[in-house]
Design a protein around this ligand. Sequence first.
Ligand code: EPU
Length: 288
Amino acid sequence: MNTNIDLSQLCTLGVGGVAESFAAPDSPEEVQQLIKAAKGSPVYVLGGGSNIIFPDGVIHGLVISTRNLSTITWHDDMSADIQAGYKLPVLVKTLRDKNLAGLEFAAGIPGSLGGAVSGNAGAGGHGVCELIESVLAIDSSGSFRVYNQKDFSFEYRKCSLACENIIILSVKMKFREAKPEEDENIYQKFLSLRKNQPLNFRSAGCTFKNPEGNSAGKLLDDCGCKNLRVGGAVVSDRHANFILNTGNASSSDVTGLIKICSDKVFNNTGIRLEQEIKNASPCFFALL
Ligand code: EPU
């Protein structure tokens, strides 16, 4: 366990305060022990840090990083248990190397598998939750629990497990044999969709979800949000759904800019955009 860890260094947007307590456990059992030791205080889970904003200042409680939960255990040729900290880009590469398919749409998406599952990360109408057979988590009583397909639901950028006050530890996923040329083309197509994104700058990807039948990026662009700035945070002039840290942004700069953009779109169109980037929120566990 460490104290006073600067979370801005661990989040791709480069903003966020200091964790009072921080740990990167090596096993599910160690996660459970940490929860017991936290004695009911707030527990935050940090995956790859690519879709989350922690507030400025001191984050009271414990931040658990999943980065050392990073094994993959194959059951057979097609299915595996993959720990929450396993990086999504590594998983995509592992599958390509093994001639397996199913996750082509995740080409170029950063972050950890646990984070990807909790937000049903994806592209082009697909999300990672489609491939899940079951999820191992620690539930709010502090016990290990397996969630089968029937125990949770998901839709565009949403997974019911994210509202469950649980910590996702590992995910059993099933893939299929690749059709080499066809699946490679799909992979390349998804990769090329990211060409108009400002990927050389610090960001947390798309700020808002696309409203049904509409594009958040286009709405923000049409409403004149490009280049709007609060402190060190600016809306990309390349893609209006990306907020960039120009070097010295704070978390409140980013959240202030998110509100300005959201209000601008609402006032112009009557559409209230839903935030895609997650504001860090704690889990609470029963005293064990
Ligand atoms: N557009 C504009 N102005 C802009 C940005 C976009 O007019 O500033 C227009 C584009 O020209 C296009 C439409 O809006 O006609 C949609 O834009 P784009 O093709 O860039 O896709 P997107 O809907 O903004 C989605 C995902 C991305 C994913 C891409 C590619 C969401 C919120 N975003 O972007 O996911 O990478 O498709 O697959 O679903 C993320 O989740 O962090 C993310 C970046």
